[in-house]
Design a protein around this ligand. Structure first.
Ligand SMILES: NC(=O)c1ccc[n+]([C@@H]2O[C@H](COP(=O)([O-])OP(=O)(O)OC[C@H]3O[C@@H](n4cnc5c(N)ncnc54)[C@H](O)[C@@H]3O)[C@@H](O)[C@H]2O)c1
Ligand SMILES: [Zn+2]
Length: 378
Protein backbone atom coordinates (compact mmCIF):
# COMPACT_ATOMS: atom_id res chain seq x y z
CA UNK A 1 0.00 0.00 0.00
CA UNK A 2 2.89 2.41 0.70
CA UNK A 3 6.58 2.98 0.13
CA UNK A 4 8.93 1.73 2.88
CA UNK A 5 9.17 4.16 5.75
CA UNK A 6 11.97 4.89 8.17
CA UNK A 7 11.49 3.38 11.64
CA UNK A 8 10.32 5.90 14.20
CA UNK A 9 10.39 5.80 18.00
CA UNK A 10 7.63 3.63 19.44
CA UNK A 11 4.83 5.19 21.43
CA UNK A 12 3.94 3.59 24.76
CA UNK A 13 0.40 3.67 26.14
CA UNK A 14 -0.31 2.16 29.54
CA UNK A 15 -3.55 0.37 30.34
CA UNK A 16 -3.75 1.19 34.06
CA UNK A 17 -5.48 -1.82 35.56
CA UNK A 18 -3.57 -2.26 38.82
CA UNK A 19 -1.94 -5.67 38.98
CA UNK A 20 -3.30 -6.43 35.50
CA UNK A 21 -1.80 -3.27 33.98
CA UNK A 22 0.03 -3.61 30.69
CA UNK A 23 1.69 -1.58 27.98
CA UNK A 24 0.72 -1.07 24.37
CA UNK A 25 3.65 -0.24 22.09
CA UNK A 26 2.88 1.35 18.74
CA UNK A 27 5.38 1.94 15.98
CA UNK A 28 6.61 1.03 12.54
CA UNK A 29 8.86 -2.05 12.56
CA UNK A 30 8.16 -2.99 16.20
CA UNK A 31 7.60 -6.68 15.40
CA UNK A 32 11.36 -7.17 15.51
CA UNK A 33 11.34 -6.24 19.21
CA UNK A 34 8.48 -8.56 20.16
CA UNK A 35 10.72 -11.32 21.52
CA UNK A 36 12.83 -8.96 23.60
CA UNK A 37 9.72 -7.33 25.06
CA UNK A 38 8.24 -10.71 26.00
CA UNK A 39 11.54 -11.92 27.44
CA UNK A 40 11.77 -8.77 29.55
CA UNK A 41 8.37 -9.52 31.09
CA UNK A 42 8.75 -13.29 31.35
CA UNK A 43 12.35 -14.53 31.21
CA UNK A 44 12.78 -18.11 30.02
CA UNK A 45 9.28 -18.71 28.65
CA UNK A 46 8.13 -20.82 25.71
CA UNK A 47 5.60 -19.34 23.31
CA UNK A 48 2.83 -20.56 21.04
CA UNK A 49 1.92 -18.22 18.22
CA UNK A 50 -1.69 -18.43 17.06
CA UNK A 51 -2.34 -16.94 13.63
CA UNK A 52 -4.53 -17.28 10.57
CA UNK A 53 -3.33 -18.66 7.24
CA UNK A 54 -3.35 -15.27 5.51
CA UNK A 55 -1.35 -13.47 8.21
CA UNK A 56 0.94 -16.45 8.82
CA UNK A 57 1.88 -16.50 5.12
CA UNK A 58 2.85 -12.85 5.25
CA UNK A 59 4.25 -12.26 8.71
CA UNK A 60 4.82 -15.43 10.75
CA UNK A 61 8.47 -15.98 9.73
CA UNK A 62 9.59 -12.59 11.03
CA UNK A 63 7.66 -13.02 14.27
CA UNK A 64 9.21 -16.45 14.85
CA UNK A 65 12.61 -14.95 14.16
CA UNK A 66 11.98 -12.10 16.59
CA UNK A 67 11.12 -14.62 19.31
CA UNK A 68 14.04 -16.91 18.52
CA UNK A 69 16.47 -13.98 18.58
CA UNK A 70 15.33 -13.35 22.15
CA UNK A 71 15.85 -17.01 23.07
CA UNK A 72 12.13 -17.86 23.10
CA UNK A 73 11.27 -21.27 21.64
CA UNK A 74 8.07 -20.90 19.66
CA UNK A 75 5.56 -23.23 18.08
CA UNK A 76 2.74 -22.01 15.89
CA UNK A 77 -0.90 -22.89 15.44
CA UNK A 78 -2.35 -21.68 12.16
CA UNK A 79 -6.10 -21.62 11.58
CA UNK A 80 -8.21 -20.52 8.60
CA UNK A 81 -8.74 -16.80 8.07
CA UNK A 82 -12.20 -15.37 8.60
CA UNK A 83 -14.95 -14.90 11.16
CA UNK A 84 -16.02 -18.57 10.89
CA UNK A 85 -12.83 -19.39 12.78
CA UNK A 86 -14.34 -18.04 16.00
CA UNK A 87 -16.16 -21.37 16.43
CA UNK A 88 -16.20 -24.13 19.05
CA UNK A 89 -14.45 -26.56 16.69
CA UNK A 90 -11.54 -24.24 15.88
CA UNK A 91 -11.38 -23.19 19.53
CA UNK A 92 -10.98 -26.86 20.48
CA UNK A 93 -8.18 -27.22 17.94
CA UNK A 94 -6.35 -24.22 19.37
CA UNK A 95 -6.72 -25.45 22.96
CA UNK A 96 -5.45 -28.92 22.01
CA UNK A 97 -2.66 -27.33 20.00
CA UNK A 98 -1.50 -25.38 23.05
CA UNK A 99 -1.52 -28.56 25.16
CA UNK A 100 0.30 -30.55 22.46
CA UNK A 101 2.94 -27.83 22.34
CA UNK A 102 3.31 -28.34 26.10
CA UNK A 103 2.50 -24.74 26.84
CA UNK A 104 2.50 -24.50 30.62
CA UNK A 105 0.84 -22.02 32.90
CA UNK A 106 3.94 -19.82 33.02
CA UNK A 107 4.38 -19.73 29.25
CA UNK A 108 2.85 -17.32 26.80
CA UNK A 109 0.41 -17.33 23.88
CA UNK A 110 0.99 -14.80 21.11
CA UNK A 111 -2.08 -13.74 19.09
CA UNK A 112 -0.76 -12.71 15.67
CA UNK A 113 -3.61 -11.47 13.52
CA UNK A 114 -6.74 -9.39 13.41
CA UNK A 115 -9.63 -9.33 15.83
CA UNK A 116 -10.63 -12.88 14.98
CA UNK A 117 -7.29 -14.28 16.13
CA UNK A 118 -7.07 -11.94 19.12
CA UNK A 119 -10.51 -13.00 20.36
CA UNK A 120 -9.94 -16.71 19.72
CA UNK A 121 -6.37 -16.98 21.03
CA UNK A 122 -7.17 -14.74 23.99
CA UNK A 123 -10.10 -16.96 24.96
CA UNK A 124 -8.02 -20.13 24.57
CA UNK A 125 -5.27 -18.56 26.70
CA UNK A 126 -7.86 -17.64 29.33
CA UNK A 127 -9.09 -21.18 29.83
CA UNK A 128 -6.29 -23.61 28.93
CA UNK A 129 -4.65 -24.73 32.18
CA UNK A 130 -7.02 -22.26 33.89
CA UNK A 131 -5.28 -19.29 32.38
CA UNK A 132 -2.07 -18.54 30.53
CA UNK A 133 -0.64 -15.08 29.85
CA UNK A 134 -1.02 -13.83 26.32
CA UNK A 135 0.36 -11.11 24.13
CA UNK A 136 -1.49 -9.31 21.38
CA UNK A 137 0.37 -8.71 18.13
CA UNK A 138 -2.48 -7.12 16.15
CA UNK A 139 -2.17 -7.01 12.36
CA UNK A 140 -5.32 -5.14 11.29
CA UNK A 141 -6.13 -1.50 11.96
CA UNK A 142 -9.28 -2.61 13.77
CA UNK A 143 -7.26 -4.88 16.04
CA UNK A 144 -4.57 -2.25 16.68
CA UNK A 145 -7.06 0.41 17.80
CA UNK A 146 -9.79 -1.70 19.30
CA UNK A 147 -9.91 -5.46 19.76
CA UNK A 148 -6.35 -6.02 21.05
CA UNK A 149 -6.92 -3.60 23.94
CA UNK A 150 -9.30 -4.17 26.82
CA UNK A 151 -9.33 -7.92 27.41
CA UNK A 152 -12.61 -8.94 25.81
CA UNK A 153 -12.19 -12.42 24.31
CA UNK A 154 -14.85 -14.58 22.70
CA UNK A 155 -15.98 -17.03 20.09
CA UNK A 156 -19.38 -17.09 18.38
CA UNK A 157 -22.33 -19.33 19.18
CA UNK A 158 -24.85 -20.37 16.55
CA UNK A 159 -27.16 -18.09 18.55
CA UNK A 160 -25.05 -15.00 18.02
CA UNK A 161 -21.68 -13.32 17.83
CA UNK A 162 -19.24 -13.13 20.75
CA UNK A 163 -21.63 -14.90 23.13
CA UNK A 164 -19.05 -17.33 24.57
CA UNK A 165 -16.08 -15.68 26.17
CA UNK A 166 -14.40 -14.10 29.16
CA UNK A 167 -12.49 -11.00 30.11
CA UNK A 168 -8.79 -11.84 30.01
CA UNK A 169 -6.36 -8.94 29.72
CA UNK A 170 -3.18 -9.44 27.67
CA UNK A 171 0.17 -8.75 29.37
CA UNK A 172 1.46 -6.77 26.41
CA UNK A 173 0.26 -5.36 23.08
CA UNK A 174 2.76 -4.71 20.30
CA UNK A 175 1.21 -2.91 17.34
CA UNK A 176 3.65 -2.82 14.45
CA UNK A 177 2.07 -0.37 12.03
CA UNK A 178 4.20 -1.66 9.15
CA UNK A 179 2.21 -4.92 9.28
CA UNK A 180 -0.76 -2.88 8.06
CA UNK A 181 0.99 -2.25 4.75
CA UNK A 182 -0.16 -5.68 3.54
CA UNK A 183 -3.74 -5.21 4.72
CA UNK A 184 -6.30 -4.93 1.89
CA UNK A 185 -7.40 -1.30 1.46
CA UNK A 186 -11.00 -2.16 2.26
CA UNK A 187 -10.01 -3.75 5.60
CA UNK A 188 -7.89 -0.71 6.47
CA UNK A 189 -10.78 1.62 5.68
CA UNK A 190 -13.16 -0.44 7.79
CA UNK A 191 -10.74 -0.22 10.72
CA UNK A 192 -10.56 3.54 10.22
CA UNK A 193 -14.23 3.77 11.20
CA UNK A 194 -13.22 2.72 14.72
CA UNK A 195 -10.47 5.38 14.73
CA UNK A 196 -12.99 8.06 13.76
CA UNK A 197 -15.25 6.67 16.48
CA UNK A 198 -12.83 7.80 19.21
CA UNK A 199 -12.91 11.36 17.95
CA UNK A 200 -16.64 11.32 17.57
CA UNK A 201 -17.32 9.91 21.00
CA UNK A 202 -14.95 11.95 23.10
CA UNK A 203 -12.40 14.13 21.36
CA UNK A 204 -13.55 16.80 18.91
CA UNK A 205 -9.98 18.02 18.37
CA UNK A 206 -8.92 14.52 17.33
CA UNK A 207 -11.81 14.32 14.89
CA UNK A 208 -10.79 17.69 13.39
CA UNK A 209 -7.20 16.40 13.20
CA UNK A 210 -8.43 13.31 11.35
CA UNK A 211 -10.34 15.49 8.91
CA UNK A 212 -7.07 17.22 8.10
CA UNK A 213 -4.75 14.20 8.20
CA UNK A 214 -6.72 11.17 7.05
CA UNK A 215 -4.81 10.95 3.78
CA UNK A 216 -1.50 10.55 5.63
CA UNK A 217 -3.04 7.99 8.00
CA UNK A 218 -4.10 5.93 4.96
CA UNK A 219 -0.74 6.41 3.21
CA UNK A 220 1.21 5.10 6.22
CA UNK A 221 2.91 8.36 7.11
CA UNK A 222 3.66 9.46 10.69
CA UNK A 223 0.01 10.37 11.16
CA UNK A 224 -0.83 6.67 11.17
CA UNK A 225 1.00 6.08 14.47
CA UNK A 226 -0.50 9.22 15.96
CA UNK A 227 -4.01 8.10 15.00
CA UNK A 228 -3.46 4.61 16.43
CA UNK A 229 -1.81 5.89 19.61
CA UNK A 230 -4.56 8.44 20.23
CA UNK A 231 -7.19 5.74 19.72
CA UNK A 232 -5.40 3.35 22.08
CA UNK A 233 -4.96 6.06 24.71
CA UNK A 234 -8.66 6.72 24.65
CA UNK A 235 -9.66 3.07 24.77
CA UNK A 236 -7.09 2.41 27.53
CA UNK A 237 -8.45 5.26 29.66
CA UNK A 238 -12.05 4.09 29.27
CA UNK A 239 -11.14 0.46 29.99
CA UNK A 240 -9.12 1.50 33.06
CA UNK A 241 -12.18 3.30 34.45
CA UNK A 242 -14.74 0.64 33.50
CA UNK A 243 -13.08 -2.69 32.71
CA UNK A 244 -16.27 -4.78 32.73
CA UNK A 245 -18.57 -2.38 30.90
CA UNK A 246 -20.83 -1.52 33.79
CA UNK A 247 -21.03 2.06 32.55
CA UNK A 248 -18.74 4.30 30.53
CA UNK A 249 -17.21 1.51 28.39
CA UNK A 250 -20.56 1.33 26.59
CA UNK A 251 -19.61 4.61 24.88
CA UNK A 252 -17.34 2.49 22.69
CA UNK A 253 -20.54 1.11 21.19
CA UNK A 254 -21.17 4.40 19.37
CA UNK A 255 -22.60 3.46 15.98
CA UNK A 256 -22.83 -0.19 16.97
CA UNK A 257 -26.57 -0.43 17.73
CA UNK A 258 -27.58 0.52 14.19
CA UNK A 259 -24.33 -1.02 12.92
CA UNK A 260 -24.93 -4.50 14.35
CA UNK A 261 -28.46 -4.57 12.97
CA UNK A 262 -27.15 -3.69 9.49
CA UNK A 263 -24.33 -6.21 9.82
CA UNK A 264 -26.79 -8.91 10.83
CA UNK A 265 -29.06 -7.93 7.94
CA UNK A 266 -26.12 -8.40 5.57
CA UNK A 267 -25.52 -11.81 7.17
CA UNK A 268 -22.12 -10.82 8.67
CA UNK A 269 -20.73 -11.18 5.18
CA UNK A 270 -18.43 -9.36 2.79
CA UNK A 271 -21.42 -7.26 1.82
CA UNK A 272 -20.77 -5.10 4.85
CA UNK A 273 -17.61 -5.40 6.98
CA UNK A 274 -17.91 -4.62 10.68
CA UNK A 275 -16.18 -1.24 10.36
CA UNK A 276 -18.35 -0.32 7.38
CA UNK A 277 -21.44 -1.11 9.44
CA UNK A 278 -20.02 1.02 12.26
CA UNK A 279 -19.43 3.94 9.88
CA UNK A 280 -23.01 3.71 8.68
CA UNK A 281 -24.19 3.26 12.25
CA UNK A 282 -22.28 6.34 13.45
CA UNK A 283 -23.67 8.44 10.62
CA UNK A 284 -27.17 7.26 11.63
CA UNK A 285 -26.51 7.82 15.36
CA UNK A 286 -25.53 11.45 14.70
CA UNK A 287 -28.49 11.96 12.38
CA UNK A 288 -30.76 10.42 15.00
CA UNK A 289 -29.28 12.77 17.63
CA UNK A 290 -30.05 15.69 15.31
CA UNK A 291 -33.56 14.29 14.64
CA UNK A 292 -34.12 14.24 18.42
CA UNK A 293 -33.01 17.88 18.59
CA UNK A 294 -29.87 17.11 20.59
CA UNK A 295 -27.40 18.39 18.03
CA UNK A 296 -27.40 20.71 15.02
CA UNK A 297 -28.04 18.97 11.69
CA UNK A 298 -24.81 20.51 10.34
CA UNK A 299 -22.79 18.50 12.89
CA UNK A 300 -24.38 15.26 11.70
CA UNK A 301 -23.60 16.25 8.13
CA UNK A 302 -19.98 16.95 9.04
CA UNK A 303 -19.66 13.43 10.47
CA UNK A 304 -21.07 11.83 7.33
CA UNK A 305 -18.92 14.04 5.09
CA UNK A 306 -15.66 12.87 6.63
CA UNK A 307 -16.62 9.20 6.58
CA UNK A 308 -17.68 9.54 2.93
CA UNK A 309 -14.43 11.30 2.07
CA UNK A 310 -12.39 8.28 3.13
CA UNK A 311 -14.74 5.98 1.23
CA UNK A 312 -16.86 4.57 4.06
CA UNK A 313 -20.60 3.99 3.67
CA UNK A 314 -22.88 6.47 5.44
CA UNK A 315 -26.24 5.79 3.81
CA UNK A 316 -28.24 2.59 3.78
CA UNK A 317 -28.32 2.98 -0.02
CA UNK A 318 -24.51 2.55 0.03
CA UNK A 319 -25.11 -1.13 0.85
CA UNK A 320 -25.10 -3.50 -2.09
CA UNK A 321 -27.99 -5.93 -2.63
CA UNK A 322 -31.36 -5.80 -0.92
CA UNK A 323 -31.91 -3.08 1.68
CA UNK A 324 -33.57 -3.48 5.05
CA UNK A 325 -36.75 -1.72 6.06
CA UNK A 326 -37.34 -0.09 9.44
CA UNK A 327 -39.27 -3.02 10.89
CA UNK A 328 -36.57 -5.52 9.97
CA UNK A 329 -33.91 -3.32 11.58
CA UNK A 330 -36.04 -2.94 14.72
CA UNK A 331 -36.40 -6.73 14.87
CA UNK A 332 -32.64 -7.18 14.53
CA UNK A 333 -31.96 -4.62 17.25
CA UNK A 334 -34.40 -6.50 19.49
CA UNK A 335 -32.56 -9.79 18.83
CA UNK A 336 -29.36 -8.04 19.78
CA UNK A 337 -31.05 -7.60 23.19
CA UNK A 338 -30.87 -3.85 22.79
CA UNK A 339 -34.61 -3.37 23.20
CA UNK A 340 -36.16 -3.84 26.65
CA UNK A 341 -39.87 -3.19 27.11
CA UNK A 342 -39.98 -0.83 24.16
CA UNK A 343 -36.91 1.10 25.31
CA UNK A 344 -33.45 0.97 23.77
CA UNK A 345 -30.00 1.89 24.96
CA UNK A 346 -28.31 4.13 22.42
CA UNK A 347 -25.11 6.09 22.28
CA UNK A 348 -26.18 9.57 21.20
CA UNK A 349 -24.28 12.85 20.96
CA UNK A 350 -24.67 16.46 22.00
CA UNK A 351 -21.81 17.38 19.66
CA UNK A 352 -18.88 15.82 17.86
CA UNK A 353 -16.70 14.57 20.72
CA UNK A 354 -19.58 14.57 23.21
CA UNK A 355 -21.31 11.22 23.06
CA UNK A 356 -23.38 9.96 25.96
CA UNK A 357 -25.23 6.81 26.96
CA UNK A 358 -28.97 7.18 26.49
CA UNK A 359 -30.40 4.14 28.30
CA UNK A 360 -34.03 4.89 27.71
CA UNK A 361 -34.72 5.73 24.09
CA UNK A 362 -38.29 5.11 22.95
CA UNK A 363 -38.38 2.40 20.26
CA UNK A 364 -41.23 4.30 18.57
CA UNK A 365 -38.87 7.24 18.00
CA UNK A 366 -36.17 4.98 16.58
CA UNK A 367 -38.65 3.42 14.20
CA UNK A 368 -40.07 6.77 13.09
CA UNK A 369 -36.55 8.07 12.46
CA UNK A 370 -35.62 4.96 10.45
CA UNK A 371 -38.79 5.13 8.34
CA UNK A 372 -37.98 8.75 7.47
CA UNK A 373 -34.27 8.11 6.78
CA UNK A 374 -34.81 4.98 4.75
CA UNK A 375 -37.40 6.77 2.60
CA UNK A 376 -34.79 9.50 1.90
CA UNK A 377 -31.93 7.07 1.32
CA UNK A 378 -33.32 4.17 -0.67
N1 LIG B 1 -12.36 -8.09 21.68
C1 LIG B 1 -12.81 -6.92 21.32
O1 LIG B 1 -12.86 -5.99 22.10
C2 LIG B 1 -13.26 -6.73 19.90
C3 LIG B 1 -13.52 -5.43 19.45
C4 LIG B 1 -13.86 -5.26 18.12
C5 LIG B 1 -13.96 -6.36 17.28
N2 LIG B 1 -13.71 -7.61 17.77
C6 LIG B 1 -13.77 -8.78 16.88
O2 LIG B 1 -12.77 -8.61 15.89
C7 LIG B 1 -13.15 -9.36 14.74
C8 LIG B 1 -12.87 -8.54 13.52
O3 LIG B 1 -11.50 -8.24 13.47
P1 LIG B 1 -10.77 -7.83 12.12
O4 LIG B 1 -11.55 -6.80 11.44
O5 LIG B 1 -9.36 -7.57 12.49
O6 LIG B 1 -10.95 -9.14 11.23
P2 LIG B 1 -10.02 -10.40 10.90
O7 LIG B 1 -9.22 -10.83 12.04
O8 LIG B 1 -10.91 -11.41 10.28
O9 LIG B 1 -9.05 -9.82 9.76
C9 LIG B 1 -9.62 -9.39 8.54
C10 LIG B 1 -8.95 -10.07 7.34
O10 LIG B 1 -7.67 -9.47 7.15
C11 LIG B 1 -6.67 -10.49 7.07
N3 LIG B 1 -5.45 -9.87 7.63
C12 LIG B 1 -5.20 -9.58 8.93
N4 LIG B 1 -4.05 -8.93 9.04
C13 LIG B 1 -3.55 -8.79 7.80
C14 LIG B 1 -2.38 -8.17 7.27
N5 LIG B 1 -1.52 -7.52 8.06
N6 LIG B 1 -2.18 -8.25 5.95
C15 LIG B 1 -3.07 -8.88 5.12
N7 LIG B 1 -4.20 -9.44 5.56
C16 LIG B 1 -4.43 -9.40 6.89
C17 LIG B 1 -7.20 -11.63 7.85
O11 LIG B 1 -6.63 -12.83 7.43
C18 LIG B 1 -8.69 -11.55 7.52
O12 LIG B 1 -8.93 -12.19 6.29
C19 LIG B 1 -14.60 -9.72 14.92
O13 LIG B 1 -14.70 -11.10 15.21
C20 LIG B 1 -15.03 -8.91 16.12
O14 LIG B 1 -16.05 -9.55 16.87
C21 LIG B 1 -13.36 -7.80 19.05
ZN1 LIG C 1 -16.62 -2.22 16.50
Amino acid sequence: MTAPQRPRDPVRVEVALGERAYDIFIGRGLAASLGARIAALKPGVKAAIVSDAMVAGLHLPKIREALENAGIAATSIVVAAGEATKSFSVFERVCDGLLEAKIERGDVVVALGGGVIGDLAGFAAAVVRRGIDYVQAPTTLLAQVDSSVGGKTAINSRLGKNLIGVFHQPILVVADTALLDTLPAREFRAGYAEVAKYGLLGDAAFFAWLEANAADVFAGGPSREHAIATSCRMKAAIVARDERESGERALLNLGHTFGHALEAFAGFSDRLLHGEAVALGMALAFQFSAWLGLLPQAEAERVARHLQEVGLPTRVSDMSGTRPNADRLMELMAQDKKVRRGRLTFILAHAIGQAFIAPDVDATDVRAFLVEKLAQQC
